[in-house]
Design a protein around this ligand. Structure first.
Ligand SMILES: Cc1cc2nc3c(=O)[nH]c(=O)nc-3n(C[C@H](O)[C@H](O)[C@H](O)COP(=O)(O)OP(=O)(O)OC[C@H]3O[C@@H](n4cnc5c(N)ncnc54)[C@H](O)[C@@H]3O)c2cc1C
Length: 287
């Protein structure tokens, strides 16, 4: 049943400083409302438990994509449409662009934000595997200042993360070290469009003197959080991309992930698909 709207409050601050001051004055009372594409679904279903929201959509300080030689930095309000349109993201971070193009339909892509995708913390979200594989870092801000942390340290358990009630996610940055790498992104869902992932894999690596180097593998929907598979990476690094290495990688991956049965799929199916995707990535790397 739809929620009773007068029970909810949405406050629009006139500046980022005002938004942060409000979050700080009454910690935990106010929550950010960005594009609203996750929150409105809960509201429509009458399942939005929190009552007070601060509308951050108008805050220009949280928008924009800036590139310097070493990094590219995206404001938390960067939409999926913004991601797909950016030339540096297209050429150096194609997995993020592909994730954006496979997220929802056009309306969701125009309104849904990267920051909302991260803080909503679904293990089935589609951008986080790409962000993990690209070694993203995130900036959290409050009236007390700013702190950066590696994105791979952010999610600690299902829907748990290292953000304080008085903090906003402000920016995401990725190092520009992906040239000459093979990038592989694959979302497996029930159908091509508007489907939540059953499994999603984002991986990149380079081949140096026939050996796998700088390998980074991340998976969604195979654990309580999106997962960077460091043990599998360790097993693959320095090896040739041949059949023995594929077997070794799949054996490591099987130990590292913990898929579950749920409404969308089964643990067995997810495990098999994850191994198939890793195999496909390693075959692509070789060819
Ligand atoms: C029809 C439909 C299809 C979808 N398809 C996909 C899909 O294919 N793949 C996918 O991954 N997702 C999908 N989604 C989910 C959703 O669109 C994304 O997660 C989106 O990125 C959320 O961003 P938002 O700005 O709308 O977040 P909001 O709904 O505004 O917020 C989500 C959560 O993040 C918090 N938050 C938002 N911004 C910040 C910030 N800057 N700092 C701190 N906290 C913040 C909010 O308080 C809230 O808890 C779909 C949703 C719908 C309705």
């Amino acid at each position: 049943m739809r929620a009773f709207i007068p029970n909810y409050e949405l406050f629009t601050p006139s500046s980022l400083a005002d938004a942060l001051a409000l979050l700080d004055r009454e910690p935990g009372v106010w929550k950010p409302f960005a594009g609203g594409t996750d929150l409105m679904v809960l509201l429509e279903a009458g399942k939005l438990p929190h009552r007070n929201y601060v509308n951050i959509w108008e805050l220009e300080e949280l928008r924009g994509i800036e590139a310097i030689d070493s990094h590219i930095t995206l404001g938390a309000l960067t939409t999926y449409t913004d991601v797909q349109a950016h030339p540096i993201l297209q050429s150096e971070f194609p997995m993020l662009c592909q994730a954006a193009s496979e997220t929802g339909g056009l309306a969701i892509q125009n309104r849904g934000t990267l920051g909302g995708n991260i803080v909503n913390a679904s293990p089935a979200a589609d951008s986080p595997p790409a962000l993990l594989a690209y070694d993203a870092e995130i900036e959290l801000i409050s009236t007390g200042g700013s702190r950066w942390l590696p994105y791979r340290a952010f999610h600690t358990a299902y829907k748990q993360m290292l953000i304080a009630p008085n903090e906003l996610l402000a920016r995401v940055r990725m190092p520009r070290n992906t040239r000459n790498a093979t990038h592989y992104y694959r979302k497996v869902g029930t159908r091509k469009a508007q489907a939540i992932s059953k499994v999603c894999l984002a991986a990149l690596a380079k081949l140096e003197h026939d050996q796998i180097s700088d390998v980074r593998i991340a998976l969604g929907s195979v654990a309580p959080i999106v997962l960077r598979c460091t043990q599998t990476e360790d097993a693959l690094r320095g090896e040739k991309a041949n059949i023995d290495t594929i077997k070794l990688g799949c054996a490591k991956l099987e130990k590292e992930i913990s898929p579950i049965d749920d409404i969308r799929s089964t643990a067995d199916y997810r495990l098999q698909v994850a191994k198939n995707l890793l195999t496909d990535f390693l075959v692509t790397l070789r060819s």
